[in-house]
Design a protein around this ligand. Structure first.
Ligand SMILES: Cc1cc2nc3c(=O)[nH]c(=O)nc-3n(C[C@H](O)[C@H](O)[C@H](O)COP(=O)(O)OP(=O)(O)OC[C@H]3O[C@@H](n4cnc5c(N)ncnc54)[C@H](O)[C@@H]3O)c2cc1C
Ligand SMILES: NC(=O)c1ccc[n+]([C@@H]2O[C@H](COP(=O)([O-])OP(=O)(O)OC[C@H]3O[C@@H](n4cnc5c(N)ncnc54)[C@H](O)[C@@H]3O)[C@@H](O)[C@H]2O)c1
Length: 476
């Protein structure tokens, strides 16, 4: 028998975005229904950020052993037990899972329905035995691996982010199709854990970031033994022998083939809009996801979309940010708008790559030549020298009023360091605000202050300023 529920809010999808809306609304005593058809925690916890970062951590340990002799420490040859790597990855997921569990959310007062949800009309969703007529709906159904229509791909057992972390043995030769963040993070981690790795990228690897800084990451990944073929479209895949695969590619002036043991498809994401009954609810959508305005409202004014399915930047922290914006609108009727200029992101390769605000090319499009570019290298930082982590730099873009409008960092710890610059950009800080702050010595974060004060270097050489300094000496 169908049970009818009439909560204030109905959230479809219990990933990073949906869980945050449900927890925040429940904290204010609001009646919330949360619908999840798969695993609580969504992609990030089960098939994305968490397992990938846990695997990267394992790879870092292998690399640290290989580099230890440079510090006068020797631990012998690196040995990797991939089954134990798998167990490590899954024990990290298990440690975090209780935070996202059905039990925890029920204890918070949320009605959790473990079923697939779909709209039947403009204000009704059905899920399992329930029919939910809510005041507001939030679609937070995320995204799935986009698998391009490559001839022959269907004839092999290719991996995606949903199956990669199930492996208990290292691939002998992993061929990664797509050199975005998923492809490059996983390529380096698998290489460090003993696999031969080839990445085939249709355009430019890590193409969403500043090429000056990505070049440093790609050089390092190549130096560790990953073969990276850029500007190459995959034209076909076929089985090779009993357990092998062959991937054929073509670039503008060349073509070739790579024989390997496994394929990871990492060619971007498709928004999860299928089967949601969006047409019945009058909700517009396209290939990128649900169509929303800057306030994340869809063409059906009762319905919001957040996170990966909203077709914006696809990061866990963006899903969380979106959740805050819709909670503000639904609970308090306060206007809220997404501001992509304040969103940082980090790619967890070694060296790490982190960014916030406008990259140089975008800043030039918006501000013309009225910007300054400041840089400071890791090699000039004492802590980086002590740690032998001298590869990298910070690059800062400031407008003509010395307001910080973009920061990119490539190097050790970049994902942590970017936090301070995200705060600076969110609050419209200028270089003058950074000039006065004191970073502890020796820390790698000092590179940020050094870049900032380099802006004032030319002032010290101005004859007028030097005359003023000489003149002030007269007063004792
Ligand atoms: C390998 C990998 C590594 C990543 N690393 C990072 C990282 O380091 N940092 C970062 O910020 N981001 C990272 N991401 C991106 C991040 O995982 C996503 O941006 C984030 O999970 C999006 O959250 P979401 O709430 O929009 O969707 P999801 O977390 O995908 O949750 C959507 C949920 O909705 C459920 N659902 C779908 N349809 C229905 C339906 N009809 N009814 C009921 N439930 C439904 C799904 O089962 C799922 O649980 C990574 C992604 C991948 C794949
Ligand atoms: N550290 C992080 O925060 C992190 C890590 C992983 C993923 N993510 C998120 O997940 C999203 C998806 O990651 P992704 O790496 O799958 O997607 P992506 O869209 O960023 O990169 C996909 C790459 O595949 C290439 N490509 C597409 N079709 C191809 C083909 N047929 N042959 C060869 N190359 C092809 C594209 O040119 C592109 O460079 C990211 O945009 C990011 O938002 C974040």
């Amino acid at each position: 028998m169908t049970r009818r529920l009439t909560p204030d809010i109905c959230v479809i999808g219990a990933g990073s975005g949906g869980l945050t809306v449900a927890a925040a609304a429940a904290a204010f005593g609001v009646d919330v229904v949360l619908i999840e058809k798969g695993r609580m925690g969504g992609d990030c916890l089960n098939y994305g950020c968490v397992p990938s970062k846990a695997m990267i951590a394992a790879g870092k340990h292998a690399r640290a052993i290989a580099e230890a002799p440079d510090f006068g420490v020797s631990a012998g040859a690196v040995k990797v037990d991939f089954r134990k790597v798998h167990d490590h990855v899954h024990s990290v997921i298990a440690a975090i899972a209780p935070n996202d569990s059905v039990e925890r959310f029920r204890a918070l007062g949320v009605t959790v329905i473990e079923a697939e949800g779909r709209f039947t009309d403009r204000r009704t969703v059905v899920a399992g035995d329930f029919e939910i007529a809510a005041r507001r709906f939030v679609i937070a159904t995320g995204s799935s691996a986009f698998v391009p229509p490559i001839p022959g791909l269907d004839s092999v057992d290719y991996l995606t982010n949903e199956t990669l972390f199930e492996r208990t043995s290292a691939p002998r030769h992993l061929i990664v199709i797509g050199g975005g963040p998923i492809g490059m993070e996983m390529a380096q981690a698998h290489r460090r854990l003993g696999a031969e790795v080839t990445v085939i990228e249709g355009e430019r690897a890590l193409g969403k970031d500043d090429p000056e800084l990505t070049a440093i990451v790609l050089d390092q990944i190549r130096a560790e033994g990953v073969t990276l073929i850029e500007g190459a479209k995959v034209t076909g895949v076929e089985k090779q022998g009993a357990s092998g695969v062959r991937v054929c590619w073509e670039s503008e002036n060349d073509k070739g083939q790579v024989d390997g043991s496994d394929i990871l498809v990492a060619t971007g994401r498709s928004a999860n809009v299928e089967g949601l009954g969006l047409d019945k609810a009058g909700i517009k959508y396209d290939r990128r996801g649900v169509t929303v305005g800057a306030n994340l409202r869809s063409s059906n004014s009762r319905v919001y979309a957040i996170g990966d399915v909203a077709g914006s930047l696809q990061f866990t922290h963006v899903a969380g940010y979106h959740a805050g914006l819709v909670v503000q609108q639904i609970l308090f009727r306060l206007p809220a708008k997404e501001n992509r200029d304040i969103i940082p992101w980090a790619t967890f390769t070694s060296p790490e790559l982190a960014h916030v605000g406008l990259a140089e090319a975008d800043a030039r499009k918006r501000h013309g030549d009225r910007i300054s570019i400041l840089r400071w290298p890791y090699a000039e930082n004492d802590r980086a020298q002590a740690e032998r982590q001298t590869t990298g730099l910070i690059k800062m873009v400031v407008d003509r009023k010395a307001r910080i409008i973009g920061v990119t960092i490539v190097g050790a710890g970049a994902s942590e360091m970017i936090n301070m610059w995200a705060l600076a950009i969110t609050n419209g800080l200028k270089l003058g605000d950074v000039r006065g702050y004191v970073p502890p010595y020796p820390t790698m974060s000092e590179i940020g202050k050094r870049a900032a004060i380099s802006y004032y270097g030319p002032v010290t050489r101005k004859p007028l300023v030097r005359t003023l300094v000489r003149w002030l000496r007269i007063f004792g």
